[in-house]
Design a protein around this ligand. Structure first.
Ligand code: CTP
Length: 405
């Protein structure tokens, strides 16, 4: 996760009970390498002590009193001018109203006024306060001024009622923030299509033929592309992972559903990266009732080939001159890694392939780590060390972007 490294984030915290969740957010940002300056309003400091924030960020957490300290007399200018992002989470109706009016009566709204970057805000309040015309008008005004409004979500509220007004969860805010930081990245304006997970080919209503793919590598690539400002379409077979924020996700189950989704999205895509483990065979027919074990039918399942999605896209690109200028595959191998990967690169007419040894337990399928060798169609190769899947993804996305120019 390089997107946060050494980034200066001002995290404004205001007086909603969701303030306790902002501690997790501050901690996650810090772990990801950001320098987090927390600014609390008086009300926020009544709910969560500043020391709780400074303990997780390793930096001072500011309160209004700091504004009046002699040596820090331009604190709001310093915080406003030097940040890479200013996120106010939670943002109460009161702070939203103050910002809409350009008020400057506490350190946080002063900092927002002085900020060179346009703030992001995560409203949190009771449903009635959120839907009140005053709040809605204030949010409209801020939105027109370029302030990004994140959420709120629907659900249980502190009042005990249900409605719209819950602050987004820290992970979701992190996802929005990283996209925002990457908005002018090298893939800005580019459409990147990524497939992930192992397809499921039904035998009957309860049984499928599938594989061990976890989807982790594909999801990490989707995130790496988002971090570089791309529009990301993630076509995924069923996986147990949380969805990357701001990716357009198309859920599929079978190889043919995945093929249909890829074909319909690929004409105007700039990059296609097929990370999915697509079943090569599927049962010739799906029984409409559960097959009983004593009645036979499970001892010999007849199979037929599925479509080779990558090959189809690359071939139609060669014939019709439409399709992604950059097509990348993954080669999952347990033997003769480079040789097999090279022949897939040629057979499928790809620009680049990531050769992936899937025989090891400590990397590859299911693991958070991976080790790949990149092979280009001109024969050039680059062996990457064992890395986190997120770091493999950053590298792959940089190489994919180079192929675009
Ligand atoms: N792939 C595809 N359509 C298929 C099978 C695979 O698009 N029906 C893609 C995969 O997403 C991957 C690449 O082709 O990017 C290589 O997949 P892999 O499973 O390694 O190889 P296969 O082509 O299936 O060949 P084999 O199973 O014989 O190794």
């Amino acid at each position: 996760m390089r997107v946060f490294e050494q980034k200066r984030i001002v995290l404004g915290v205001t007086g909603s009970i969701a303030a306790y969740k902002s501690v997790t957010l501050a901690s996650s940002l810090t772990k990801a390498g950001a320098l987090v300056d927390v600014v609390l309003t008086d009300a926020a400091a009544k709910l969560v002590a500043p020391i709780t924030f400074s303990s997780v960020t390793g930096r001072k957490a500011y309160i209004d009193e700091d504004l009046w300290k002699v040596d820090d007399h331009v604190l709001h200018i310093e915080l406003g001018e030097k940040n890479d992002a200013l996120l106010i989470a939670p943002a109460t109706a009161n702070t939203i109203a103050k910002m809409a009016q350009g008020m400057a009566d506490n350190l946080l709204v002063l900092t927002a006024l002085a900020s060179r970057t346009s703030p992001l805000i995560a409203p949190a309040m009771d449903g009635g306060m959120y839907s009140h015309p005053a709040t809605q008008n204030n949010l409209d005004l801020l939105n027109k001024r370029g302030v990004e409004i994140l959420g709120p979500a629907a659900g249980h509220l502190a009042s005990g009622l249900s409605g719209i007004g819950r602050m987004l969860e820290p992970d979701q805010l992190l996802g929005h923030l990283r996209c925002w930081l990457g908005r002018n990245g090298i893939l800005k304006g580019k459409k990147v299509l990524i497939t992930a997970g192992g397809t499921q080919e039904p035998i009957d209503p309860v049984r499928v033929i599938s594989n061990r793919s976890s989807g982790k590598q594909g999801f990490a690539i989707a995130q790496a592309a988002l971090d570089q400002g791309a529009e990301v379409i993630l076509i995924t077979a069923p996986v147990a992972l949380s969805l990357p924020i701001r990716a357009r996700v198309i859920p599929v189950k079978t190889a043919s559903e995945m093929a249909e989704a890829v074909f319909s999205e690929s004409d105007d895509a700039d990059i296609l990266i097929m990370t999915a483990a697509v079943a090569d065979y599927k049962p010739t027919r799906e029984a409409d009732k559960k097959i009983k074990k004593d009645q036979g039918g499970l001892d010999a399942i007849q199979l037929e080939r599925t479509v080779d999605i990558l090959k189809e896209v690359a071939n139609s690109r060669a014939k019709k001159k439409v399709g992604p200028p950059v097509v990348i595959g993954f080669a999952a191998e347990t033997e003769n890694l480079l040789e097999n990967a090279k022949s897939k690169l040629e057979n499928k007419n790809l620009d680049l392939i990531a050769a992936n040894d899937v025989s090891r337990q400590d990397r590859g399928i299911g693991s958070d780590k991976n080790q790949v060798t990149l092979i280009w169609k001109d024969g050039q190769t680059r062996e990457l060390p064992v890395m986190d899947k997120s770091d493999v993804s950053d590298e792959l996305i940089l190489e994919a972007a180079k192929l675009l120019v």
